[in-house]
Design a protein around this ligand. Structure first.
Ligand code: RIB
Length: 358
């Protein structure tokens, strides 16, 4: 058994342009195409400066040799990658993948790739990703923060990496795109109050996450405006389906006299988990419990009992955030930070359709 010997390249490998001894370089491409190194670089980076036949010769040489550009080397020379990053709270939540599609559309149109990073609602993971992205010299970062990371954002900006905050208002020192979550919570609970519900639960958390906190604040504005009791808060440890199911067990376990007849969930994943648990336990939605979610993800309408939900313009959020970030990445001295706030909309469906029987 041949151990440790470099396999001799066959005549065929040499003829098809496999470079003996290692990875083909731009120099090998130039030699094979019979052009200068500068022409190879222009053919790749400024094709409009190279004639068609010459560009074809260069591309044929690249293909024959199996040449791949060394992006890290290019970054070292230019000090900047052509890559954006989007750090999201929960990559398993379709809300963020819908936002990311909008980001990608804008980024790709301007020749950028997008790294998607998942903080999983953990500040430690978020910090770790931000460190890696800074070392990778990404061109800019879109961030849905776990908490208010002002210092961390300021440090990235001092190191020449702009940050746009997505889905959170981060104050006048940063560009941000968000939806008015307080208004969204108010819309959700006003709808339940108009349906005759007076004992309403809020399912969401941890309340250290701003989106959950703001949606609860809106819910409380709605109940206060009509003088009904504050929502019964069932704080969850995450904004996911499993926590929604656990909230369902807690709600059904309450004495009938104290059991809410409606629940507003801080996002659709919680609402879908709650809906699933109610069906599993033989309860009727909306008859025993009306449910409202938040995000209006694709699965909301497709659910067994289609979900009433507060809709966010996810795709537009992503596009707008990417446009703001690329503008800031041009380091235009005239750049002024913008805080753009979109208005949510309530999509009424079967999960709140029937008024309470009692
Ligand atoms: O990630 C938590 C929630 O905040 C998401 O469901 C979405 O609503 C975002 O705004």
């Amino acid at each position: 058994m041949a151990v440790g010997h470099r396999q001799q390249r066959s005549q065929g490998e040499r003829e098809c342009g496999v470079v003996a001894g290692g990875t083909p370089s731009m120099k090998d491409v130039a030699a094979r195409a019979g052009v200068s190194l500068g022409t190879v670089s222009n053919a790749l980076n400024k094709p409009h400066q190279v004639s068609g036949p010459t560009r074809d010769r260069v591309l044929a040489a690249i293909d024959a040799l199996g040449f791949v550009r060394n992006e890290s080397a290019r970054q070292l020379r230019s000090g900047r990658s052509h890559t954006l990053a989007f750090v999201v709270l929960d990559a398993g939540n379709p809300f963020f993948t819908d936002v990311a599609r909008g980001v990608e559309e804008v980024a790709e149109a301007q020749g950028r790739a997008v790294f998607l990073c998942n903080s999983a609602e953990s500040s430690a993971r978020e910090d770790s990703y931000l460190d890696i992205l800074e070392q990778q010299r990404v061109e800019g970062v879109l961030l849905t923060p776990v908490h208010r990371p002002d210092q961390r954002i300021a440090q990235l900006r001092r190191h020449g990496i702009p940050v746009v905050v997505v889905d959170r208002d981060a104050g006048p020192d940063h560009c941000s795109v968000t939806v008015d979550d307080v208004r969204g919570g108010e819309l959700a609970v006003t709808h339940l109050l108009e349906g005759g519900h007076e004992r309403i639960a809020f399912v969401g958390g941890p309340l250290s996450i701003g989106q959950a906190r703001d949606r609860l604040a809106g819910a409380r504005l709605a109940t206060a405006s009509v003088g009904t009791p504050d929502p019964v808060v069932l704080e969850t440890s995450a904004l996911n389906v499993a926590e929604g199911r656990r909230a369902g067990e807690r709600l059904v376990g309450l004495p009938a006299s104290r059991r809410p007849t409606a629940a507003f969930c801080a996002n659709d994943l919680l609402a879908l988990g709650l809906l699933q648990q109610m069906v599993r336990m033989g309860r009727d939605v909306p008859g025993d419990l009306a449910i409202v979610g938040y995000d209006d993800i694709e699965f909301a309408e497709a659910a067994t009992v289609s979900l009433t939900s507060v809709s966010q313009p996810r795709h537009m959020l992503g596009r707008t955030a990417a446009e703001l970030l690329l503008a800031e990445a041009r380091h235009d001295p005239e750049h002024v930070h913008q805080q753009l706030v979109f208005t949510p909309e309530l999509m009424v469906r079967a999960s709140t359709g029937a008024h309470p029987a009692r």
